[in-house]
Design a binder for this molecule. Sequence first.
Ligand code: PHE
Length: 338
Amino acid sequence: MSDTFEELRQGFERDCAAITDAESWKAVRDKYLAREGGAITAAMKRLRTLPKEERPLFGQKMNELRTLVEGRLEGLLQTAKAAEASGRGMPLDVTRPGFPLASGSAHPIKRLQAEIEQIFVGMGFQIRNLPEIETDYYNFEALNMPRNHPARDAQDTFYFDDTVLLRTHCSSVQPHSLEGATPPVRAISTGKVYRRDPFDATHSPMFYQVDVVAVEKGLTMGDLKGTLGVFLQRVFGREVKMRLRPGFFPFVEPGAEVDIGCIFCGGKGCPTCKGSGWIEILGAGMIHPKVLRMSGVDDGVYSGFAWGMGIDRVAILKYGVDDIRLFFENDLRFLQQF
Ligand code: PHE
């Protein structure tokens, strides 16, 4: 209800600012006070359609607004007439109320991205800001996917030319952080990735990922599971069940697909988890010795783990959104719910 008053009041103030003579004054008066079709008259008529208990307040507010409008218009008519007579135009009205600026807020995906980064900062990881326009080498080759490797097909790629492309994942954080570094290395990279996917409820040609890399002496799958468990719990803000299934990614060995216990049904089975009680959420594994070697890390001394996850996907689960497109359409009615 208060929105109606505020909108009316602001619209009125705006219209008043455009009054320059008696004629434009009359147009504004009619717009708000005309017996037929005046905005305030029309709002008054709505009084009858409101539930009984809302009527007194609405009526009182409407009367206040009408008094304000009538008062302002009365003063403005004198000023407009004088301005017309003198030919000098309307004086600057320094008493006119200002318009509040609507304050924006961060997009839900951006906010989740920042939250995720904070979780990793808390665990001692470094944040790497890496290019979205990437070379074939860092996106594929250094990750054990040489040219013509069949795994490349799974990430249908936007190419600029033979060697430059839009990154298809954030896993480039592995070679970028390992090259020239002396372990321990703990780094993450978050940001947009691009794939030639259709735009539908569950796919988008652009989405957000976070990729994690940790390399030092003696790291094992147990460290991967432990770190991942803490991360998932922090990101969802509650205890989440997790399971690792064998999975293939050329840059890890062994590789795993990670599921979390369905956060909608608690594992009982529902439409979101297709009755299984589990939701696939990310890919992970121990960094392939070849990947370590290609980046100049001695795989005889060091080992490491990595995982990569869609941030939009987490947002969908965390906020219970059923269509990824909603995040990119920038409809304020959707965004203001966060
Ligand atoms: N880059 C993989 C993807 O985009 C995810 C992944 C990252 C898997 C790191 C294993 C290790 O699907």
